[in-house]
Design a protein around this ligand. Structure first.
Ligand SMILES: Nc1ncnc2c1ncn2[C@@H]1O[C@H](COP(=O)(O)OP(=O)(O)O)[C@@H](O)[C@H]1O
Ligand SMILES: [Mg+2]
Length: 232
């Protein structure tokens, strides 16, 4: 898989040819300096963006062959995403923000689930607060609760602790791994934090649009049957 963009008279190669399998149930950290292509890679893995060439699979779905609407359906059914800037809807309360993906996925007990998740992230007394009435850490926890409400098979988090102070960052991380364990969700994290990366079972590094494997046990295996997500 590659990604390039056309800028006026030249083509910018954002991602050099990349092959990566993410195994079902694993936690994978993507590290690398700013501008190395981490967010671009994550967006393609999650079906938010398309590669310029090559293939992307999420479970059995060939994302590169789907249109935007079809990809949004796959995302609704399988994917949770925690964005770097939270991206909460300002006109909705904390609870309504958390319930939104469940409603889009036609899940019946969205409200009960939303309340339960907000309780798990320690925000049961903030259900009716709007994002502007919440601290950065609280907004981040709402974003996490929202990402888990559809019980996604795979959760992508782009620097989930990047905007948080150390203590809140630790709480949020604990939460991610707790919820991950409890629901068996595959976790793919982009992070600058070496401690957070070390908590993941496997680490890969992006450098100038290239993917470098770090852990010794990582292999670039094609068509791994246990893979939940693959690019190539
Ligand atoms: N749509 C785009 N058009 C042009 N350049 C882009 C676009 N998206 C990302 N880039 C560039 O690609 C590089 C990788 O970006 P990004 O994936 O956001 O890196 P990271 O998340 O590792 O900081 C950066 O140099 C960025 O400026
Ligand atoms: Mg980024």
């Amino acid at each position: 898989m590659t990604k390039s963009v056309q800028l006026e008279d030249k083509t910018l190669e954002l991602l050099q040819p990349i092959e990566l399998d993410v195994n079902s149930g694993e936690s994978l950290a993507i590290v690398g300096s700013s501008g190395s292509g981490k967010t671009t890679l994550l967006s393609i893995l999650a079906g938010l963006d398309l590669p310029s060439s090559g293939e992307v699979y999420l479970k059995s779905h060939a994302l590169h062959q789907l249109n935007e609407e079809q990809r949004s359906q796959v995302r609704a059914n399988h994917v949770g995403f925690i964005f770097q800037q939270f991206l909460l809807v300002n006109s909705l309360t904390a609870l309504e923000n958390v319930m939104l993906p469940a409603e889009l996925a036609n899940i019946d007990d969205a409200e009960a689930r939303g309340k339960e998740l907000l309780e798990q992230v320690g925000l049961s007394d903030r259900l009716a607060h709007y994002p502007s009435q919440l601290s950065g850490g609280e907004q981040q926890r709402v974003a996490i609760a929202r990402a888990f409400i559809t019980k996604p098979d795979i959760l992508f988090a782009d620097e989930p602790t990047g905007n948080l102070d150390k203590k809140t960052g630790l709480n949020v991380t604990d939460l991610l791994f707790q919820l991950n364990k409890k629901l068996g969700t595959t976790l793919v994290l982009v992070t600058h934090d070496p401690k957070l990366a070390a908590r993941c079972q496997r680490q890969v590094e992006m450098d100038g649009g290239k993917l470098i494997q770090i852990s010794e046990d990582s292999e670039l295996v094609e068509q791994d049957p246990s893979a939940i997500s693959q690019v190539g």
